[in-house]
Design a protein around this ligand. Sequence first.
Ligand code: C5P
Length: 218
Amino acid sequence: MNAPVLTLDGPSGAGKGTVSRTVASLLGWHYLDSGSIYRALAIAVLQAGVALDDVAAVTDVAHGMSLAFDCDSELSVWLNGVDITLQLGTETTGKAASIVAAYPDVRAVLLQKQKKFRQQPGLVADGRDMGSVVFPDAQYKVYLTANAETRALRRYKQLIEKGIDANLLQITQEVEERDRRDRERATAPLTVPDGAIYIDSSNMTIQDVIDRVTALVR
Ligand code: C5P
């Protein structure tokens, strides 16, 4: 039987990462941070000197890249054997990720890599199209959002905590631009999946959201 899946979709800065990682650890389930796969591809493309708008070459890079993940309290990622964890979180990477993520051929290649994460005893999958495209038959689906100011402020604090230089106004603009691109693309746009529970976390603590999502499964 297929392992159970809990999907968490939503825009950037909604708190999906922290909530998904914590809930996966509480349930003892595997964790898929699908955004990190698109981010890793963006890094691989930039490293290879491939132009972000060269769809065929970007798709080739997606085919050829090898990724390894380790999720302890934080997620670490290796691209072709090299630790890229620090580069993964920057807004430059996020922006490039959302550009390559709009290409249907790229999404088709990465779809297979994501499906492999579905293993017993279960999977918590975090992204934009987890409940709509990658795991449409998931037993539990959540759409987690918050208003734009709250999300930009959270992103800003996250970057500062990681020691990455950030400017709030610039982050707000980048978050809005990235969300617009993710919502408006033709393939697997950010959307509320059928059957998803909608949570607006603007006035909730992260712990409230974790409790609510965990209760859904338990
Ligand atoms: O979630 P995160 O900010 O790491 O995602 C980076 C980018 O990767 C998103 O802005 C989006 O364009 C893309 N992405 C996607 N589908 C997913 C996860 C991320 O298109 N399931």
